[in-house]
Write a protein that binds this ligand. Structure first.
Ligand code: EPU
Length: 374
């Protein structure tokens, strides 16, 4: 367990904002988390073991973070930041609570992954094992626990598609509980961990059901064409490792590497709107362009249409828009970046407001942030 007071969080948010927290606690096991919980409940405060732990109270509030890849710290955090360093990848069904009968014959392998494992380390491991599931989600920053909270998604796949079980520590009862995906109320970048049960559960590990039989998902955008080209160029066969390599190169051509330019990936969600709103957007687009101007869209099938926020932002002329040290990323306008590495939270917020207000005034659609504001 590590405890540090007045911790600089620059390396703990992928925007690279220079913010700090009053106290930072990293635990390496469920038992350590349980101990912290008991001490907090009993008013004993931080343990006097190592680091700056001195038995005084946990500064509140408490915030659990992964790698801070989907967070915007709007100011210094006055409380205690908790981080899980629970790291293991374990193949085999038993720990996921699965009986042999459920898995027999369907060529599936169940894998349990600690919440603190970097998501892309899990993706690489799966590809190396020849297991299908997370390959389309390769290269997404952040950790496995946060991936299950956020239901991360890319290239036609969401984490919920192959999550089997989410194991959590319950902050109310102090017990470990496990949820099936149907209980997690997953939606587009949504789960109960972000909404109805926010703050109650801490994910400690996630069980995934991976496929050892071929199960490629290539229907999104140009993924199939890129995979076909890679098969032809390399002479290799279709494996999760090959799909992973293709996805990584597609991502790298569009999205900033947070190690080089600070960002939190997509800043906004793609709006899902009633058909009448979509038709209004289409008619506004026709006025600005030609009669056959096509609005890219995806019909969700329930009367609602998903419109790419990147397209709406681009139509407002904001691709590459810069204000001080913050900017709209020139290759993917859904991403707000800390362009110089020196951006303040206020500068990121000013670009968010500019984008949000511009899209609203042109199209009447209020974009919702995907990034969590702290
Ligand atoms: N588009 C533009 N201009 C651009 C870029 C995109 O008009 O400069 C339009 C195009 O019509 C394009 C469409 O937007 O076809 C979709 O673009 P893209 O495939 O890049 O995906 P996205 O909807 O912008 C989502 C996720 C990304 C994920 C990609 C790929 C959200 C909020 N974002 O972006 O996730 O990588 O799909 O699947 O759903 C993240 O969550 O942080 C993230 C990066």
């Amino acid at each position: 367990m590590t405890i540090v007071r007045n911790k600089d969080l620059t390396a703990w948010n992928t925007f690279g904002l220079k913010v700090s927290c009053a106290c930072f606690v990293e635990y390496g096991s469920v038992a350590e988390l349980e101990e912290l919980w008991k001490r907090n409940r009993d008013g004993l405060g931080l343990p006097e073991t190592g680091g700056a732990g001195d038995g005084t109270a946990f500064p509140s509030p408490i915030l659990h973070i992964g790698r801070g890849s989907n967070l915007l710290f709007t100011k210094d955090f006055p409380g205690t930041v908790f981080h899980s360093d629970i790291k293991f990848i374990e193949a085999g069904g038993e720990s996921c609570g699965i009986t042999a009968g459920e898995t027999a014959g369907d060529r599936r392998t169940d894998v349990e992954v600690g919440a603190g494992v970097l998501w892309d380390d899990f993706c690489r491991w799966s590809a190396e094992q020849g297991l299908w599931g997370p390959e389309n989600l390769s290269g997404i920053p952040g950790e496995t626990g946060a991936a299950a909270v956020q239901n991360i998604g890319a290239y036609g796949v969401e984490a919920k598609d192959f999550i089997r079980m989410v194991k959590c520590f319950d902050y109310i009862t102090g017990k470990v509980v496990a949820f099936r995906p149907s209980e997690c109320r997953y939606g587009y970048r949504e789960s109960m961990f972000k909404t109805s049960a926010k703050g109650r559960y801490v994910v400690t590990s996630v069980c995934f059901s991976l496929s050892s039989g071929p199960n490629p998902k290539l229907e999104y955008g140009n993924v199939r064409a890129a995979v076909d080209k890679a098969l032809e160029d390399t002479g290799k066969s279709l494996t999760p490792a090959l799909v992973r390599d293709v996805i990584l190169s597609v991502r790298n051509s569009k999205l900033p590497d947070p190690a080089v330019i600070g960002s939190a990936g997509s800043f906004f969600k793609n709006p899902v709107v009633p058909r009448s709103d979509y038709e209004r957007v289409a008619s506004i687009a026709r006025i600005g362009h030609s009669d056959d101007c096509q609005v890219p869209h995806f019909d969700t099938g329930s009367g609602f249409i998903k419109i790419p926020a990147a397209w709406l932002i681009e139509q407002c002329g904001l691709k590459g828009y810069r204000d001080g040290n913050a900017a709209v990323y020139e290759r993917q306008p859904l991403v707000i970046v800390n362009l110089t590495g020196e951006a303040s939270p206020e500068e990121i917020l000013a670009v968010e407001k500019k984008v949000s207000d511009s899209v609203y005034s042109k199209f009447g659609i209020r974009l919702q942030p995907e990034v969590e504001h702290i």
